[in-house]
Design a protein around this ligand. Structure first.
Ligand code: AMP
Ligand code: ZN
Length: 112
């Protein structure tokens, strides 16, 4: 399958892994938009239509628990953070992922 995140997960494309579990992985965004900009994703190729279908009831709670580990690892609970999950065409890569963004002195510029 021609999915850039699957290629990262299977090692075909190099990445900087910051946290990993059996089912999830977190890597540094290659084009960071904040001092800390981590992409958190399931290791399985899960597309939005599947992830929001509700078929896997614990998917989002497991996913968020893992993302919370990234937040803790970078002390973003002290500095502040934003989580972004794009969908329905807002995303460039159709392999489910969460952006964890933050860092010391960083504030989103859009006022949201
Ligand atoms: P989205 O627009 O939500 O689908 O975000 C996809 C993200 O993947 C973008 O922020 C890209 O900078 C990031 N990205 C693309 N290719 C790579 C890569 N090889 N390694 C790390 N991050 C990447
Ligand atoms: Zn994939």
């Amino acid at each position: 399958m021609d999915c850039i995140f699957c290629k990262i997960i299977n090692g075909e494309i190099p990445s900087e892994v910051v946290l990993e579990s059996k089912d999830f992985i977190a890597i540094k965004n290659i084009h960071p938009k904040s001092p800390v900009h981590i992409l958190v994703m399931p290791k399985a190729h899960v597309e939005k239509t599947d992830s929001i279908s509700g078929k896997n009831e614990s998917f989002w709670s497991d996913f968020m628990l893992f993302a919370n580990g990234v937040i803790s690892k970078y002390d973003l609970d002290k500095f502040g953070y934003r989580i972004i999950n794009n969908g329905a065409g807002y995303q460039g890569v159709d392999h489910e992922h969460i952006h964890v963004m933050g860092g010391e002195n960083w504030r989103p510029s859009d006022g949201l």
